[in-house]
Design a binder for this molecule. Structure first.
Ligand code: SIN
Length: 282
């Protein structure tokens, strides 16, 4: 196995490994876990593996979960299909910087994504290192957000374009979650900036210092939230990956955000994602 870092802050390409066989090898799996914590997203080329092998690899890191909006492969529960085709030109939901499913009480540990079909050019995915994004914040901003909490909503994201009854049913099934704005990585103890496109508002912004009059809340809180969300857009925290058929990516969802670049329609792009259940952020 060889490891080639792709940037100074995030991402490494791993060569000389067959992920189809890796799930049987405890020592190799331990090494991959260590590399994931170090590089946050691992990339692999030429993984001509079966769906069962894809699932078996991801299952070594925890149970898998389906997605309430994107369907899964009927024979492989937990393997979510992210299929885009010229017949669905308006289906553009993944196109925002996000950490997967922070609208859940316990968002995923990580995801293993495999490219089944991709356009000849375009359709890259980008990831951002949110530990670095936190570390590089100005000290006064770090102080201001210490102890702050925020709401994350499936209703305001996946539900936003749904008819009202469907949207309310989705919200009833997945009530908005509340998470710390700065979470602690459960494995490394690192601080992670933890707001993204699913975050709607702060829940405890109303201190005497922040809100003199009710009038202060909306601009003060929304400007701060937008500023924090925009940190993922900074190129120094990012890596960009160009897909080929049978390329795979495995990311730590607790310390990263990602963005699937929607520059390729009307081409076909088919991805399959195994999302591994995580724990409640603290
Ligand atoms: C995702 O947002 O998890 C999917 C990323 C992609 O399709 O590249």
């Amino acid at each position: 196995m060889h490891v080639e870092p792709l940037t100074c802050t995030i991402g490494a390409e791993i060569g000389g490994i067959d992920l189809g066989a890796a799930a049987q090898d405890d020592a190799l799996m331990a090494e991959i876990r260590t590399l994931l914590l170090r590089h946050r997203v691992l990339f692999f080329r030429d993984q001509d593996i079966t769906r069962a092998q894809h699932v078996a690899f991801a299952r070594r890191f925890g149970e898998l979960e389906d997605h309430p909006v994107a369907g899964s492969d009927p024979e492989h529960p937990g393997l979510v299909r992210i299929y885009k085709s010229p017949e669905t030109p308006n289906d553009r939901y993944e196109n925002a910087w996000h950490t997967d499913a922070t609208w859940r009480e316990a968002p995923p540990f990580g995801c293993v994504l495999r490219c089944v079909e991709c356009p000849p050019v375009g359709g890259d995915t980008m990831w951002a290192n949110m530990v670095e994004a936190y570390a590089r914040l100005p000290e006064d901003v770090k102080q201001k957000i210490d102890g702050l909490r925020a709401r994350h909503s499936i209703e305001a994201s996946f539900g936003a374009a749904m008819p009202i009854e469907k949207r309310l049913a989705l919200k009833a099934q997945y009530p908005d979650a509340e998470h710390p704005v700065v979470r602690t990585h459960p494995d490394t103890g690192e601080k992670v900036l933890f707001v993204n496109a699913f975050t709607t508002h702060f829940t405890n912004y109303h201190t005497a210092a922040n809100v003199r009059f009710g009038q202060d809340y909306s601009p003060g809180a929304s400007q701060l939230l937008n500023y924090l969300i925009s940190q993922a857009f900074i190129p120094e925290f990012q890596v960009r990956w160009r897909w080929k058929k049978n390329s795979m990516a495995f990311w730590d969802n607790r310390s990263t955000q990602h963005y699937a670049v929607m520059d390729y329609p009307p081409c076909e792009r088919k991805m399959e994602r195994a999302g591994i259940i995580g724990d409640k952020p603290f």
